[in-house]
Ligand binder design. Structure first.
Ligand code: ANZ
Length: 956
C-alpha cells in the first residue's frame, strides 16, 4: 500500500485491471445475478469531431456521461456508453491544404490520439462499438438510406443556390465566406444555381413540431430542456395565415401577364389588409426580373442584392433597402393601385417571395416606408381611440411624427398608454409590444372590417378573398427542405451516376458502397474528386451500360451524425443498417452534448429516425428521450493591442491580476515574459483583461487536459470539472480550485491508509449490507456517525438522480470530513485510554465503503484502488458492479431530540426528550422541568402548546 497518493500509478493499475476484464463490453438483454433481465439504459455523448486533441469541453461532457453510466451500472442497469468520431468534414480538407497531408490520414491519426486521451481519462466506453463515420462500413448505409429515400420521393433533386468563388472556381461553404468574400482568394462571392439533392424534412414538419412543442398534448420530449424545445419550435416556425393575390397586368415576353396576372403574398396579419400601402418582392422574384429589363438601375440593384452570402440572420439585421419598379398592382378589395417595390428584406425562399407592405403594423415595412417616404396608414387600434395616418415622417419637409394625428383621450377620460396609439405606431422602439398587442385591438379605418377583432377580421378577409377566388388560409413553415449536396471531397459520395441519356441514375444497391478514394490531397481549387481518375474509371450507366459520369458531390456531414447512435447498437452489421441491437437499446435514454447542436443536428436526427421508422427499420418515433446540454468551459481572456493594430492574447498562466482595494480585478500584467507581435514582452507589462469567455485557441485561453492529467491525474481533472459547476451551467476555470480538488483526493487517500492500518478486517467484512448492520447495537459515537453518513447518502442519491454532480461531489466531501472527524475522535479516545466506542470501527468501515461508492463514478481509479486495498472487493466484488449503497432509515432516526422550552412564550431553556415520545410524555416532562417548576411554584399550567420537533410552551 502506498502511503502517498500517486495518481499516475493508481490510474495505470486501475485501467489495466479494467482492460484485462474487458470491463466495459456490454451486451443486449444482459441478466442480473438472479437471472432476471436488467433494465437497459443508453447514455451517450454527442460524438466528437476528431480535430486533433481533446479540449476541456470534451473532458467535461464525457465525465458527465461516465458518472451517469457508472452509477447506473451499480444500480443494476445494463448500461451502454459508446463513442465514435464525426470524421468527415471541412477541417480535414483545410488541414490537407495547409499541411499537404491526405484528409484520411490526418483524420485517422487524430482519432488514434484522441482515443488514447479518452482511455487515459478512464471513461467506461465500450470500444467494441466504435464508429468512425468516414469508414465505408458506416457511410455505405448513408448511401443505402439515401437511395431508399430517393425511391420514395423523400430525397429529390432540384436547383440550389451556392456560394461561388470566381477565382478558385469552386463552391464555398458558408463558413468559407467572410464578409461576402472567399476565404482564400478574397474575391467577392457570387451566388450560383446548380442542381443538388434535398431531403423532404418539411413533410415531417407537423410531427417534428408537435413532439417538441411546449404544452402540446402530443409532446413526448419532456426530458429535453425547455430552451432547446423552444429553439426547435422557432426553427420549424409554423405560421398560420392567409395566402392571396394582388392582381396586375404586368406582361412578360410572350405578351401574357406574368404568373397569370397574380402576385401572391403570404401574411399572418390579414386583419391589416386595409393598411397596405405598397407591395415588395424578393430580388429573385419573376416580377423583379421583368421590371429590371430596360431598367439598368434596378438590374444593378438586384445584382447587388444577389452577391455575397445571405443567411436569414444577416437578412434580418441588415439595413432595409429597396427600389421602386415603376409598376403597380391592384388591391384585392379596394382596387387601389399600389406601387411595386423590390426589397432586400423579402426572402424568395419564404412564402411566395413577396409581401404586402403594411408600414403601420410591421416593423420591417415600417423601416422601409420610413426610408423611402411611403404612406403609413394605421388600421388597427383601440375602438374610438386615436388614429394615425400620413406619410413617413422622413418624407421631405416632414419632421418626425408631424403627420400623425393623435388624441389624448382614452375611453375613461384618463390619458393612458392606449390613448397614445396614434403616436405609438411611429415609435420604432415600441414595435414589439405593438405587434404583440394585436389581440386586444380592433380594425379601424378599414371599411367592412371596422370594429372586428383580430380573428374575426382574418376570417372575414379570408371569406371575402375566397369569394373572389383570390386566396385562402394557409399554414407556412419556416423550415426548409434539407439540401444535402456539398461540392466537397471529404464526405459520403452521393450514389448517383449521370448518363447523357438517362440523366441522374441511382447506383444499384449491389454496387454500394461507392467508395471515397482516401488518397486525395485537396489544394483548395475545386473538388479533387473531379480529377480523381479511379473514382470515375469504368463508370457506366446502370440503365443502358453506356459511359457515364459519377456524381462528385458528397453528403452534408449532418447526415453522418443523424443516426450514428443507432449504429453503436448494431456495430459491424453487414446485412443491415440496424437490427436487433437498435431494437433493444433505442430510444436513447440520455443524450448529452453542447447547446450549439440544439437545432440542426437534433432536428435532422429526429427527422432521420422518423424516416427510418416509416421504412420499417425501427419502431420508435423519437431517438432521444432525455437531453442534457452541458455548459461551456470558460477561462479568463487577456490581450494587448499590438503596434500593427491587431491583438495578442496571453495564456492565463503567464498573467497576474491587478486588484483594487476591494479585491476587484481592475487590470492585469504579465507574470512571465511572453511573445507578441511587438516582440517578447517582459514580466510586468500591463495588459488588458477582457473578462471570461469560452476556452479557445484563438483567445489563447485553453487549458490542455493532457497537462492536467500529467500533473494531477485524470481523477482530479474529472473531479474538478464535476465539482465546479452543475452540468448545465458554464464552468469558469480556476486553478486554485483544481488544487483544491486534488487536495481532497489526497485526503481520501490518507483516510484510506489510516483506516487500513487499523485492525478492521472483520469490520469491513460485516460492513457489506445494511441489513446485517441494522441488527448491531451501535454506541452513541457510532450512531452519530451513521446518522450523518446516511443522511448525506440520501442527499447524494437524490443529486445523482437529478444529475447534479457538483453537489454529489460536495456531499462526498462532507462525507469525507465526517469520517475524518470520527476517526480522530476514536484515536483521541484510545490515546486518552478512555473506553472507545467498540462499534465505531464498524461504522467507519461502513462509511468508507459508502464514500468510495459515491465517489467512484467521479473518480473511478482512486475509488477502485482503495476499494481493493481496504478489503471491500473481497466482500462485495469489483467496484464496477458493486451494489449501490442503500440508505438505512433506522440509521437516520435520532434517539433524543431537543425542543425549545418556553414559559408564557418566553425562552426558558431546552428540553431533551426521546424522539419517539408522545404528547403526554412531552407535556409531563415540560411541566416537571426545573425552570417551569420554579415559575409555576407547583401550580398546574393553564395549557401546554407543543409544536412537534420544535418547541413546548407552558402557559401559566
Ligand atoms: C403583412 C403584415 C402586417 C405582416 C403586419 C406582419 C405584420 P412569420 O410570422 O414569420 O411567418 N413575409 C411573408 N413572406 C415573406 C417573405 N418572403 N420575406 C419576408 N417577409 C415575408 O411572418 C409572416 C410575415 O412575414 C407575413 O405577414 C409577411 O408580413 C412577412 F402588421 O404581412 B406580414
Amino acid at each position: 500500500m502506498q502511503e502517498k497518493y500517486q495518481p499516475l500509478d493508481v490510474e495505470r493499475a486501475a485501467q489495466a485491471h479494467w482492460q484485462a476484464r474487458d470491463a466495459y463490453r456490454v451486451h443486449a438483454h444482459a441478466l442480473n445475478a438472479q437471472g432476471a433481465p436488467k433494465p437497459k439504459y443508453y447514455a451517450c455523448s454527442m460524438l466528437p469531431y476528431p480535430s486533433g486533441k481533446l479540449h476541456m469541453g470534451h473532458v467535461r461532457n464525457y465525465t458527465i456521461n461516465d458518472m451517469l453510466a457508472r452509477q447506473l451500472r451499480m444500480q443494476g442497469y445494463n448500461v451502454l456508453m459508446p463513442m465514435g468520431w464525426d470524421a468527415f468534414g471541412l477541417p480535414a480538407e483545410n488541414a490537407a491544404i495547409k499541411n499537404q497531408v491526405a484528409p484520411a490520414r490526418w483524420t485517422y491519426d487524430n482519432i488514434a490520439y484522441m482515443k488514447r486521451q479518452m482511455q487515459a481519462l478512464g471513461l467506461a466506453i465500450d470500444w467494441s462499438r466504435e464508429v468512425a463515420t468516414c469508414s465505408p462500413d458506416y457511410y455505405k448505409w448513408n448511401q443505402w438510406l439515401f437511395l431508399q429515400m430517393l425511391e420514395r420521393g423523400i430525397a429529390y433533386r432540384k436547383t440550389q443556390v451556392v456560394n461561388w468563388d470566381p477565382v478558385d472556381q469552386t463552391v464555398l461553404a458558408n463558413e468559407q465566406v467572410i464578409d461576402g468574400r472567399g476565404w482564400r482568394t478574397g474575391a467577392p462571392v457570387e451566388r450560383r444555381e446548380i442542381p443538388g439533392y434535398y431531403l423532404n424534412i418539411t413533410a415531417y414538419a407537423d410531427e417534428l413540431l408537435q413532439q417538441v412543442q411546449l404544452g402540446h398534448p402530443q409532446a413526448t420530449l419532456e426530458g429535453w430542456p425547455d430552451k432547446v424545445r423552444l429553439m426547435q419550435e422557432n426553427w420549424i416556425g409554423k405560421s398560420e395565415g392567409l395566402r392571396f393575390a394582388f392582381t396586375h397586368s404586368i406582361c412578360g415576353h410572350d405578351g401574357n401577364p406574368i404568373l397569370d396576372g397574380r402576385l401572391y403574398v403570404f401574411t399572418t396579419r390579414a386583419d391589416t389588409l386595409m393598411g397596405v400601402t405598397f407591395c415588395a418582392v424578393a430580388p429573385e422574384h419573376p416580377l423583379a426580373r421583368q421590371a429590371a429589363e430596360g431598367n439598368p438601375a434596378l438590374a444593378a440593384f438586384i445584382e447587388e442584392c444577389l452577391t455575397g452570402s445571405h443567411t436569414e440572420a444577416e437578412l434580418a439585421t441588415q439595413e432595409k433597402r429597396g427600389m421602386a419598379t415603376g409598376l403597380h398592382v391592384q388591391h384585392p378589395l379596394t382596387g387601389e393601385q399600389l406601387p411595386l417595390w423590390v426589397g432586400n428584406y423579402v426572402l424568395m425562399s419564404y412564402g411566395d417571395g413577396a409581401v404586402m407592405g403594411v408600414p403601420a403594423h410591421d416593423e420591417r415595412d415600417f423601416a422601409f416606408a420610413l426610408k423611402y417616404g411611403l404612406p403609413i396608414r394605421q388600421v388597427v387600434g383601440v375602438q374610438g381611440g386615436a388614429v394615425g395616418v400620413g406619410v413617413a415622417p422622413s418624407a421631405p419637409g416632414c419632421p418626425p411624427g408631424s403627420s400623425v394625428t393623435r388624441s389624448d383621450s382614452s375611453p375613461g377620460g384618463q390619458p393612458s398608454a392606449d390613448s397614445l396609439v396614434g403616436t405609438k405606431i411611429f415609435d420604432p422602439t415600441r414595435w414589439q409590444d405593438w405587434y404583440a398587442d394585436k389581440h386586444g385591438l380592433v380594425c379601424i379605418q378599414s371599411g367592412v372590417l371596422d370594429g372586428l377583432g383580430y380573428q374575426a377580421a382574418v376570417d372575414k378577409v379570408a371569406q371575402l378573398l375566397a369569394e373572389r377566388g383570390l386566396g385562402a388560409k394557409k399554414t407556412t413553415w419556416r423550415l426548409r427542405d434539407w439540401g444535402i449536396s456539398r461540392q466537397r471531397y471529404w464526405g459520403t459520395p452521393i450514389p448517383i451516376i449521370h448518363c447523357p441519356e438517362h440523366g441522374a441514375v441511382p447506383v444499384p444497391e449491389r454496387d454500394l458502397p461507392v467508395l471515397l478514394p482516401e488518397d486525395c490531397v485537396p489544394d483548395g481549387s475545386g473538388n479533387p474528386l473531379l480529377k480523381h481518375a479511379d473514382f470515375h474509371a469504368g463508370v457506366t450507366c446502370p440503365v443502358c451500360g453506356k459511359p457515364a459520369r459519377r456524381e462528385t458531390d458528397t453528403m452534408d456531414t449532418f447526415v453522418d451524425s443523424s443516426w450514428y447512435f443507432m449504429r453503436y447498437c448494431d456495430p459491424g452489421n453487414e446485412q443491415a443498417m440496424v437490427g436487433a441491437g437498435t431494437q433493444y437499446w433505442m430510444p436513447m435514454d440520455q443524450y448529452i452534448g453542447g447547446v450549439e447542436h440544439a437545432i440542426l443536428h437534433l432536428l435532422y436526427a429526429r427527422f432521420w429516425t422518423k424516416v427510418m421508422r416509416d421504412l420499417g427499420l425501427v419502431q420508435i418515433d423519437e431517438p432521444f428521450k432525455r437531453l442534457l446540454t452541458q455548459g461551456m468551459v470558460l477561462n479568463h481572456i487577456y490581450s494587448r493591442r499590438n503596434q500593427r493594430g491587431g491583438k495578442d492574447y496571453f495564456w492565463p498562466h503567464d498573467v497576474e491580476h491587478v486588484l483594487d482595494a476591494s479585491g476587484k480585478i481592475v487590470g492585469a500584467r504579465l507574470l512571465n515574459a511572453a511573445d507578441s507581435a511587438d516582440g517578447r514582452l517582459p514580466p510586468g507589462t500591463a495588459i488588458d483583461y477582457e473578462g471570461v469567455g469560452t476556452m479557445s485557441k484563438s483567445k489563447n485561453n485553453g487549458v490542455d487536459p493532457q497537462d492536467l492529467i500529467e500533473k494531477y491525474g485524470a481523477d482530479t481533472a474529472r473531479l474538478y470539472t464535476m465539482f465546479t459547476a452543475p452540468p448545465e451551467a458554464t464552468l469558469e476555470w480556476n486553478d486554485a480550485a483544481v488544487e483544491g480538488s486534488h487536495r481532497f483526493l489526497k485526503r481520501v487517500w490518507a483516510l484510506g491508509q489510516q483506516l487500513g492500518q487499523a485492525d478492521w478486517a472483520g469490520a469491513a467484512a460485516s460492513a457489506g449490507g445494511a441489513q446485517q448492520l441494522s441488527d448491531i447495537a451501535f454506541g452513541p459515537a457510532a450512531k452519530a456517525l451513521r446518522r450523518e453518513v446516511h443522511s448525506l447518502l440520501k442527499q447524494i442519491d437524490y443529486d445523482y438522480q437529478r444529475l447534479q454532480y457538483n453537489t454529489v461531489v460536495s456531499g462526498c466531501m462532507k462525507l469525507g470530513n465526517a469520517l475524518e472527524a470520527a476517526l480522530a475522535d476514536q484515536r483521541r479516545a484510545s490515546a486518552a485510554s478512555t473506553a472507545p466506542d467498540p462499534s465505531l470501527g464498524l461504522a467507519l468501515a461502513e462509511g468508507m465503503g459508502i464514500l468510495l461508492r459515491c465517489l467512484y463514478p467521479a473518480t473511478p481509479h482512486l475509488a477502485h484502488a482503495l476499494w481493493q486495498q481496504l478489503g471491500y472487493a473481497a466482500q462485495l466484488g469489483d467496484l464496477l458492479d458493486a451494489p449501490w449503497p442503500q440508505v438505512e432509515p433506522k440509521a437516520l432516526e435520532q434517539d433524543e431530540i431537543e425542543l425549545v422550552l418556553q414559559v408564557n412564550g418566553k425562552l426558558r431553556g431546552a428540553l431533551r426528550v426521546s424522539a419517539q415520545a408522545e404528547r403526554a410524555a412531552i407535556e409531563a416532562a415540560a411541566v416537571a422541568h426545573e425552570a417551569v417548576q420554579k415559575l409555576s411554584q407547583g401550580a398546574a399550567p393553564k395549557k401546554v402548546v407543543w409544536v412537534p420537533g420544535r418547541l413546548v410552551n407552558v402557559v401559566l
